[in-house]
Structure formats: structure tokens, C-alpha cells
Design a protein around this ligand. Structure first.
Ligand code: NDP
Length: 483
């Protein structure tokens, strides 16, 4: 029998290579399935946020002075440790988020380890350019920004921490990370693991707290870059705070992404993808394809097949390996999803499956016969609510898919690949899938357009968002002055 996972961390914060107890308000951590208390943490005081930034600022120059491959090795060792401990880390993630263990075992820390491995491997490629000018020449140096702040949402807490830390650290930056108050545990594990892998003290720090702690962090003038995963309103506040000092930002925000299914699509694949695009992590995924546009010839068959498959989803205790669908993160979020479902019914959309549910659970819910003007089809619900909309032509569906303030993701299902490429070329979204949905390998850039965000995470493109270029002009001869 394996030991139960210890949920109470050594202390609430991780500053300068050591656990430190927070001096701010108490932060109870609840298991979303039954509301039981699994840990009690304390927020960082304003002074402790400043201490974390100071520790990062002190440690960063020596870290940046290492050869990039040395930094890369630390990240790769951390990836290996995560993989060795994946079972325990995944159970901790399940307790912190309420997501089914069958998901956390394959999607959360695994994706975090992939990011540490990928960026660790990229270390040796972080070179500049040599630009010949005849006699003279220019070379460029890609330099770190300094102290970066990372702020995470609660749906993929450990993955988000790794996705932000890996490119930041490999570039020679230091980071102060603030997890969501709902899910504070994974980032502390990452801090411990990075230290064990050889990361110097002060390079990755964790402060806990509610929005005010995030605001203290983003307001600190010593922070050169802020990377936020969160909602649009928080993104706007963070962008405004960063603007004051012309500081760098990456914003990974919300969406209301379209998933377009043409008549010639493989029915089972499209239905499966629509379910993955709406019900994975109980629908609490930013890139979800929540507006499912069905061409008129496939609509009825699609909805019948979808309703049948939704009926067989196993809902229950997320610790049970057979459970496919868990609770919502918090009572507040469940209430907000229920309000959206009630509004959908009041607006006249037809409920095909699911409904408000009870307690911590909102079941997989499907609305059909919705129209574009309904709140159901316009606002991000951040829960397991799929809204099906009908369409007739390609031009029509592209215009309607794009008629939103968001632009995080989009998907197209068709066997006609010329059409698939033609459609994605016209979709306003940072990430598009053809005959697939919600796959976000670390090799591919990820991020949004319009109100869904700025900058990109993952892939070599992320390095650009954690570095700046210095140009060095080298004069090779006499200086030709006209005076
Ligand atoms: P929030 O915007 O409420 O919070 C995000 C983070 O910002 C939290 O850590 C929060 O702290 C913190 N925060 C709140 N106010 C401030 C502030 N003024 N300054 C700095 N930090 C602040 O988002 P949720 O946690 O509710 O996450 C859900 C949202 O995140 C959805 O809109 C979803 O689409 C989006 N998201 C986007 C993803 C992407 O990659 N594009 C991925 C995942 C989610 P606290 O929670 O402690 O208040």
C-alpha cells in the first residue's frame, strides 16, 4: 500500500531557497469533491512579497552568468524528478483541484515535465546573430529580463507554474510565482523539486495570496516582466500595472472558442473532440471549444451521438481511477456555472443533456438551438457547458466564429483538407486545430489574439517573451568623422 499523500506543506511560501511561513491572512485549502480541509496556508505579507522579489533580484545575475547548458541541466533534472514522482504529485494535484486522477496522471505534471525538458534542451540553442556589414559587423546577444513574476489560474496550477518557470529560468531570469489562492500546493512542490535539481536559492520563489498579493507583486518596480494566466478583467489590470513602467507582459486569458463541424466530418471523431473540448477538467479549460457550430446535414446525428456518449460519462470521486469527470473547483464557480445554465434556459436554448446538478457537481451539459446573441454563446462560462449552434455555409460560419471579443483557439472538423486550411487561415485565433482539439504540446506556440491575450507560451517562441536583444556594432577600421 502506498502512503497517503501529505497535503500540508512545510510552510506556505518559498523564498530564497527555503520554506517560510506567510505572515498574512489564513488561506484554507479545500478538496473540491467534499469541501474537506486538506491544508491551511497563510498569505504573504506585503513585506514578504518584497523579500521574494529582493531574493530573486540578488540571485539572478549569477544564474544568468552560467553557461546556458548548465541552466538547462537543472531543468532537465527537475523534469526527471517530476516523472519519478508523478503518481504522488498527481494525487496532490487531484486533491488541490478536484480533477480526476486519470487526468492529472497524464496531463498536469506530465505537461510541466515536458516543458522543463523541452526548455532545458533548448538551452544550447540560445544564440545571437552575426550580421555582416562589409568591413564592420553587428552581433546580437539575447539577454534575460531580470526578475519575472508568474501568476497562475486554478485549473492547471502545476502545469502553469512549469510553463512559466521553464522558459524564464532557462533564459537566466529569476521568478516569483503566485499561484491561485484556490490551488496553492503544486507550485511549492515545483520549488522544492527545482532546489533538489540544483537550482540556486532565490531563482524560483513562491508567494501565496489572493488578488491583492498578485497586485503587490505586479506593482513592484523591480519586476521586469509579468506572465499571467487568468481572466480578461485581471489581464487588463495586470497590463495597466505593467504599462506604468513599460514592463513586459504575457497574458493568457479567457475564450469562447468555436469548434466547426462540417457535414463531411468523421462523426465519432468530431463528437469525441467536442466532448474533450468541453468536459475535460469539468470544462474548466481556457481554450475550450464551447461554441460548437454544426452544419445542417450533420446536426441531428451529431447531437444524438453526443447525448448518448454524455450519458455514459462516469462522474464521481476524482481519486477513483475509474472517474472521468470530477467536481467544480469551488462553490462560487459552481454557482456561476449554474447561473449561466439558468440564463441559457431562460433565453430559450434547448437543454439536450445535463443541467445545473447539485453540490460540487455540474454534469456535462449540452444546449442546442442556441443563437449567437444569447449570453450562452457569447460569455465564457468556464464550466462543462457546450453550446451547439447551426450553420449552412463556410463563409457564414467563419464570420460568426470570428464575431467575438475573444480569439484564443478554434477547431475545424472536415475530411476536405483544402477547406480545413482555407477556414483556419481566416479564423481569428491564436491556436487552431484541424480534426483535433485541445492538444497543446510544448513544441507548439500557445496563446491568444484579441481579448484572449498577448504573447505566446511554449515552443522556442516563448524565449522571445523572456528575453530582450542587445545589438553590438563592431567597428573594424578608422572612424570617419566629418569634423
Ligand atoms: P483570475 O483572473 O480570477 O485569477 C488569475 C490569477 O490572478 C489568480 O492567481 C488571481 O489571484 C490573480 N489576481 C487577481 N487579481 C489580481 C491583480 N489585480 N493583480 C495580479 N494578480 C491578480 O482567473 P481564475 O483563476 O478564475 O482563472 C480562470 C480564468 O483564467 C478564465 O478566464 C480562463 O479562461 C483563464 N485561463 C486562461 C488560460 C490560458 O492559457 N489562456 C488557461 C487557464 C485559465 P486569486 O485567484 O488568488 O484571486
Amino acid at each position: 500500500m502506498s502512503q497517503p499523500v501529505i497535503t500540508q506543506p512545510t510552510a506556505s511560501l518559498y523564498i530564497d531557497g527555503a520554506f517560510v511561513e506567510g505572515r498574512g491572512a489564513s488561506l484554507p485549502v479545500l478538496f473540491p469533491f467534499d469541501g474537506s480541509l486538506i491544508a491551511t496556508l497563510h498569505e504573504a505579507s506585503t513585506t514578504q512579497v518584497a523579500d521574494a522579489v529582493a531574493a530573486a533580484e540578488r540571485a539572478q545575475p549569477a544564474w544568468a552568468a552560467l553557461a546556458p547548458v548548465e541552466r538547462g541541466r537543472v531543468l532537465q533534472r527537475a523534469a526527471a524528478i517530476i516523472r519519478e514522482r508523478n503518481a504522488d504529485l498527481s494525487m496532490l494535484e487531484t486533491l488541490d483541484t478536484g480533477k480526476p486522477i486519470q487526468e492529472t496522471l497524464v496531463a498536469d505534471w506530465e505537461s510541466g515535465a515536458a516543458a522543463l525538458e523541452y526548455f532545458g534542451g533548448l538551452a544550447a540553442t540560445l544564440t545571437g546573430q552575426m550580421i555582416p556589414l562589409g568591413r564592420d559587423w553587428v552581433y546580437t546577444i539575447r539577454e534575460p529580463l531580470g526578475v519575472c513574476a508568474g501568476i497562475g489560474a486554478w485549473n492547471y496550477p502545476s502545469q502553469i507554474a512549469c510553463w512559466k518557470a521553464a522558459p524564464a529560468l532557462v533564459m537566466g531570469n529569476a521568478m516569483v510565482f503566485k499561484p491561485s489562492e484556490e490551488t496553492p500546493l503544486g507550485a511549492l512542490k515545483l520549488a522544492e523539486i527545482l532546489t533538489e535539481a540544483g537550482l540556486p536559492a532565490g531563482i524560483f520563489n513562491v508567494v501565496q495570496g489572493r488578488g491583492a498579493v498578485g497586485a503587490a507583486l505586479t506593482g513592484d518596480a523591480r519586476v521586469a516582466k509579468i506572465s499571467l494566466t487568468g481572466s480578461v478583467p485581471t489581464g487588463q489590470r495586470v497590463y495597466a500595472a505593467a504599462a506604468e513602467g513599460l514592463r513586459h507582459v504575457t497574458l493568457e486569458l479567457g475564450g469562447k472558442s468555436p469548434l466547426i463541424v462540417f457535414d463531411d466530418a468523421s462523426l465519432d471523431d468530431a463528437v469525441g473532440a467536442a466532448m474533450m473540448a468541453n468536459f475535460y477538467s469539468s470544462g474548466q479549460v481556457c481554450s475550450n471549444g464551447t461554441r460548437v457550430f454544426l452544419q445542417s446535414g450533420i446536426r441531428d446525428a451529431f447531437l444524438d451521438r453526443l447525448a448518448a456518449r454524455v450519458a455514459s460519462v462516469r462522474i464521481g470521486d476524482p481519486r477513483d481511477p475509474d472517474t472521468q469527470f470530477g467536481p467544480i473547483i469551488s462553490p462560487g464557480q459552481a454557482a456561476s456555472i449554474r447561473a449561466a445554465i439558468a440564463a441559457g434556459q431562460a433565453e430559450g436554448a434547448r437543454l439536450v443533456a445535463g443541467g445545473p446538478g447539485e453540490g460540487a457537481f455540474v454534469p456535462p451539459t449540452v444546449f442546442a438551438d442556441a443563437t449567437d446573441d444569447m449570453a450562452l454563446a457569447r460569455e465564457e462560462i468556464f464550466g462543462p457547458v457546450l453550446t451547439a449552434l447551426g450553420f449552412e455555409t463556410e463563409d457564414e460560419v467563419i464570420a460568426r466564429a470570428n464575431a467575438t471579443q475573444f480569439g484564443l483557439a478554434a477547431g475545424v472538423f472536415t475530411r476536405d483538407l483544402a477547406r480545413a486550411h482555407r477556414v483556419v487561415a481566416r479564423l481569428q485565433a491564436g491556436t487552431c486545430w484541424i480534426n483535433a482539439y485541445n492538444l497543446t504540446p510544448v513544441e507548439a506556440p500557445f496563446g491568444g489574439v484579441k481579448m484572449s491575450g498577448l504573447g505566446r507560451e511554449n515552443s522556442a517562441a516563448a524565449i522571445e517573451h523572456y528575453s530582450q536583444l542587445k545589438s553590438v556594432y563592431v567597428g573594424m577600421g578608422a572612424v570617419d568623422a566629418p569634423y
